[in-house]
Design a protein around this ligand. Structure first.
Ligand code: FE2
Length: 497
């Protein structure tokens, strides 16, 4: 964030090599289905359920490189835990674009993050048809497995075979082409549903003004509440947070210039420009205007860029929000190669706490963790509630920007921190906290994470005891192959094998 910088000294000794890190960005063309038998340690027998992960499985189409991993075809990885054993399966989402490009053996679509059809600008001019890649998240809700990508409707998958069954429209509430974000929030106890869990999600329709639509889904997977709001200006919003009474969005200070996109020179994501002198607008939308607060409020915070939030909760007239903030949007350049990124030249994501006073509409903000971090996870029972523990991907070193190689456990009340690191040759993805059945402590459970091990060019599923990282890994499940660095996923107690 601007104006509140802390010192970023670059560590002289790196905890990684760029070549090792690059190894996690190779395509995985094969689809596997096997019981994992190469295991260090023991899988806790009480850990029963299924971890679903999503992310770009292909970084090239038949040797033609895509420009950015965010443009890669969605591949679901599934790790099922049952009676102390684990099973792995992966499968690509059969989107229209995946099927067509695999058949043609070449890139047929422009991607949002810079992938272009070969042939230069002439081959791309006035082509606004974007490839739906279904690569960002995967959820199991209402008896359905859904692959999510924020610009279009979800893809419905079979949780046993991972086959693509079609697109999901929620009984016609979504229309073809409608967006459904990749960052739903699971409310563990919804006031409006008599304390039953519900799923809250949103869609963004950006333009000169932007429409934000909220959806709330019951346990049966039906959209039971929907409301839409228009806010002024272009919005690039990837994530949001909920509390029992509010949905909160950060409108990052950016502008969008569509001309290079239309001319075929730049992709949509390369036409977004960060505005460092403008504030971040925080949009607070009441979830239940029939009985609760009714007015949408827009508060201002210092300029900065947020992809992901950790959690939010209400304290009297205040809303507290924990978010990973960058000083600016890391811009994607048309001629750059993401594999050659100079980590040290960029500033890290850091954890900030925002306190919104809804009465006088002011925002206080402070950094609560300066170590480079991304991909937060918490105990799902504490979503939207005051909480103590946060698990988050982190760099190995305390200062500077670097790839994620470690997981930080933060006690937000006491400031105590524990770090489990896979450095020097391991690189981690998003950690997921899974509560132990019948747990009564917030951190009683496990943290599951995929780790790319450059030494063996394969990925491990690592299980940590969330109550004590200092014990080291409870188990490391060695896969027979690597999984390209992914984005998001979720755990369900249901076992699918
Ligand atoms: Fe995300």
């Amino acid at each position: 964030m601007q104006n509140l910088k802390i010192e970023h000294s670059v560590t002289s000794q790196k905890s990684y090599t760029r070549e090792d890190w690059q190894g996690g960005y190779q395509s995985l063309n094969q689809e596997f289905d096997y019981w994992i038998d190469d295991i260090e340690g023991q899988i806790p027998p009480e850990l029963q359920g299924t971890l679903f992960r999503n992310g770009p499985g292909l970084l090239d189409i038949n040797g033609q490189r895509i420009h950015h991993p965010f443009d890669g075809d969605g591949m679901i990885s599934r790790i099922s835990f049952v009676n102390g054993r684990a099973h792995f399966r992966n499968r690509f989402v059969r989107t229209e674009g995946y099927v067509a490009e695999q058949k043609a053996g070449k890139i047929l679509y422009r991607g949002v993050f810079g992938t272009q059809k070969s042939g230069g600008w002439l081959a791309n001019i006035f082509d606004f048809k974007i490839k739906d890649i279904a690569n960002t998240n995967v959820i199991y809700w209402g008896g359905k497995l859904l692959a999510l990508w924020e610009a279009t409707e979800p893809h419905h998958l079979d949780p046993y075979t991972l086959e693509t069954l079609g697109r999901e429209y929620f009984n016609g509430v979504l229309a073809p082409g409608d967006a459904f974000s990749a960052h739903p929030r699971f409310d563990p106890s919804c006031n409006q549903d008599g304390g039953a869990p519900c799923l809250v999600n949103f869609s963004i329709k950006p333009g000169l003004s932007t429409t934000i639509t909220l959806f709330e889904l019951n346990l049966a997977g039906e959209i039971v509440r929907k409301q839409a709001h228009s806010v002024s200006g272009f919005c690039f919003i990837h994530d949001f947070v909920i509390t029992p009474n509010y949905c909160i969005f950060f409108q990052n200070p950016v502008t969008f210039n569509p001309i290079p996109l239309a001319l075929g020179i730049r992709a949509a994501g390369e036409c977004i420009q960060f505005q460092p002198h403008k504030p971040t607008q925080i949009i607070v939308i009441p979830r239940n205007p029939q009985v609760g607060p009714t007015k949408v409020k827009i508060l201002e915070a210092q300029s900065g860029f947020v992809f992901h939030h950790a959690n939010a909760f209400e304290v009297g007239n205040e809303i507290v929000i924990d978010s990973i903030c960058y000083e600016s949007l890391p811009e994607v350049e048309p001629e750059s190669d993401f594999r050659q990124v100079n980590f040290e030249a960029n500033l890290p994501g850091q954890l900030w706490r925002f306190s919104l006073n809804l009465e006088n509409e002011t925002v206080q903000q402070k950094m609560i963790e300066s170590q480079c971090c991304e991909f937060p996870s918490i105990n799902p029972a504490y979503v939207g509630r005051d909480y103590k523990y946060l698990y988050i991907g982190a760099a190995h070193g305390e200062t500077g920007n670097a790839p994620l190689q470690a997981i930080l456990k933060l006690n937000l009340k006491s400031g105590e921190r524990q770090l489990w690191s896979a450095a020097p040759r391991g690189f981690i993805g998003e950690p997921i906290f899974v509560p132990r059945p019948d747990a009564d402590k917030e951190d009683d459970g496990w943290v599951l994470v995929l780790v790319y091990d450059a030494a063996h060019n394969r990925s491990d599923v690592v299980i940590l005891d969330a109550s004590d990282f200092n014990k080291g890994a409870v188990a490391k499940l060695h896969l027979k192959h690597h999984i390209p660095y992914g984005l998001h996923g979720n755990f369900t107690n249901e076992v699918f094998v």
